[in-house]
Design a protein. Structure first.
Length: 197
């Protein structure tokens, strides 16, 4: 498969096929209908790429048609087992339409699928991981390269400019208007350097 979306949506179909009974047991036929209207893609979570959130499922009511669930897998993930485990976790949210969050039927479903750990941060158990690696062989290598967000240094947004004395580290904030008139002196009596930090 040439795109991540093709691969992820094919993986979602395989998850539904393999765990159909789990979805039906916990969420009934409505859960299966929800999973027929799932679109999966990569994308940073709504709180941004630097969070610990690795997957996100949006309820159907957030979609324009009010029937489609959108699942996003964080583009930082490139390990197939982690990607498939995250997708399975988010598909349980879609089947449930987020009703039970990480409790009750949600917990029972992820445990039956072979996901382990805290309900809010499940990971693949041994059997699930082995199946996920086989899925990678069936669909081909996940066509994705991890995206590592780089923290951007914030620009100063205020009009106040920060001056720091080299001799003692004393800091003052002032405007360009006063810098143009003359630089202040620090408590040591030395004038601040011209360099505005």
């Amino acid at each position: 498969m040439s795109t991540r979306e093709e691969w992820l949506n094919a993986a979602a179909a395989d998850i539904l096929s393999r765990y159909r009974e789990v979805f039906e047991d916990q969420f009934g036929k409505v859960g299966i209908e929800h999973l027929r209207n799932v679109k999966v893609s990569t994308g940073f979570p709504s709180r941004g790429g630097l969070t610990k959130v690795i997957g996100e499922c949006w309820k159907a009511r957030a979609a324009a048609d009010e029937t489609t669930h959108h699942i996003f897998i964080n583009p930082r993930l490139d390990d197939v087992v982690e990607v498939v485990a995250t997708l399975a976790h988010e598909m349980v949210h879609a089947a449930d339409d987020g009703e039970h969050k990480h409790k009750g039927p949600f917990v029972r479903a992820v445990r039956e699928m072979g996901l382990e750990g805290k309900a809010t941060a499940t990971v693949a158990g041994a059997a699930f991981a082995e199946w996920a690696r086989g899925l990678d062989a069936k669909l081909g290598t996940y066509p994705h390269v991890a995206l590592i967000p780089i923290a951007v240094e914030k620009k100063q947004t205020t009009r106040m400019l920060k001056l720091e004395a080299d001799c003692c580290g004393y800091v003052v904030r002032t405007t360009q208007k006063w810098i143009d008139i003359g630089l202040p002196a620090c408590p040591c009596g030395n004038e601040f350097s011209q360099e505005v930090k």
